[in-house]
Design a binder for this molecule. Structure first.
Ligand SMILES: [Zn+2]
Ligand SMILES: [Zn+2]
Length: 352
């Protein structure tokens, strides 16, 4: 094996360099060294790329990847050389109070691949190799034989499972589900709602192409630039509103829409990221109508198994969101495309 590898390295805002670097080594007993076969660019990667997350040093980007195990640490029990696996984008400690209570997203020791020191300093997977710590906890084995679903399974470590959890923690079979925002996580929420037995799925956005994509996944599109989403959702739900509203945007205006279109007794589930200290909410209305809010960082590892099983069964097909497949060597151009919103989802091939 070569002792260097190709990697997409962020050296400063908007400055991406694909170059040869030393191949990473396992250092902890729970580590696994993975040879990356597929990796994708996620919206979250734009935070460091655009300089919103300050990196103290160059960092290898990327937290959506799958590949083959090439080496295991001495304490790893679930994996051996040659296993194919997908990793959660978040690495948890597995031992703290939050982890023991089945709520690893609240683990104070959480680390995320490819987002720099502040988020744990783990190098990412937009490279030929990546080290996955606590592999027994955060990785899942993939079937050897079904490589055709790799492009779908890739997303089990992040956006597919984020969208899935957003619906899964709120839905009852037969519910009307509305998804605000038809970006990648919104589209995954649409797929999850269909797979989990929603009576109908409505998607609210303002971009016709995104609405068309969501319609392709089985949602009824509502263009908020043309129609009042409140009127449209009431029309579609016999004046009840949506039992579950997923805010997949993370913006005050999206939450305002969610508050309007949710049914009495319904749930607003928020995978969208909010960093504001405070925001206006129609709280009296939500209180009177008994609306529940569920939010926070996704518990990826809790739902990965369900997502992998449903993907293998053909019930979730997130690979349909992939708009571009590019060599890792062209990562700089790929990030430019992605930043300009000219691509829904870009796959990078580390072998090229
Ligand atoms: Zn992500
Ligand atoms: Zn923990």
């Amino acid at each position: 094996m070569e002792d260097t590898m190709k990697a997409a390295i962020l050296v400063g805002p908007h400055k991406l360099d694909v170059r040869e670097v030393p191949r990473p080594q396992i250092t902890e007993p729970g580590d696994v060294l993975l040879k990356v076969e597929k990796t994708a660019i996620c919206g979250t990667d734009l935070h460091p790329y655009e300089g919103r997350i300050e990196l103290e040093s160059d960092v290898i980007l990327g937290h959506e990847f799958l590949g083959t195990v090439v080496q295991t640490g001495s304490a790893v029990q679930q994996f051996e050389e040659g296993d194919r696996a997908v990793a959660s984008c978040v690495v948890h400690c597995g031992h703290c109070r939050a982890c023991r209570r089945g709520d690893p997203a609240r683990c104070a020791g959480s680390r995320i691949f490819g987002l720099g020191i502040a988020l744990g300093g783990l190098d990412g997977g937009q490279a030929e190799y990546v080290v996955v710590p606590n592999a027994d906890i955060v990785m899942r084995k993939l079937p050897d034989e079904i490589r055709s679903s790799d492009e779908d399974l890739l997303f089990a470590g992040d956006i597919m499972t984020t969208g899935y959890e957003a619906v899964r923690r709120a839905i009852r079979p037969g519910d009307a589900v509305a998804v605000v925002g038809a970006g990648p996580v919104g589209l995954c929420a649409v797929m999850a709602a269909v797979a989990l037995g929603a009576e109908k799925v409505i998607v609210v956005d303002m971009v016709p192409e995104r609405l068309a994509e969501a319609a392709g996944f089985g949602a009824i599109p509502v263009n908020a630039a043309e129609t009042d989403p409140y009127d449209a959702v009431l029309d579609l739900t016999n004046w009840v509103g949506a039992d579950v509203v997923v805010d997949a945007v993370g913006h005050e205006s999206a939450l305002a829409t969610a508050c309007k279109i949710v049914a009495a007794g319904g749930t607003i589930s928020i995978p969208g990221v909010y960093l504001e200290d405070s925001m206006e909410l129609p709280y009296g209305d939500l209180w009177l109508r008994g609306v529940k809010l569920v939010n926070g960082v996704a518990n990826i590892v809790n739902y990965m198994d369900e997502v992998i099983a449903l993907t293998e069964a053909g019930r979730l097909a997130p690979a349909r969101m992939i708009s571009h497949r590019m060599p890792l060597s062209e990562a700089a151009a790929a990030y430019e495309l992605f930043e300009q919103r000219q691509a829904t989802k870009i796959l990078l091939d580390p072998t090229q």
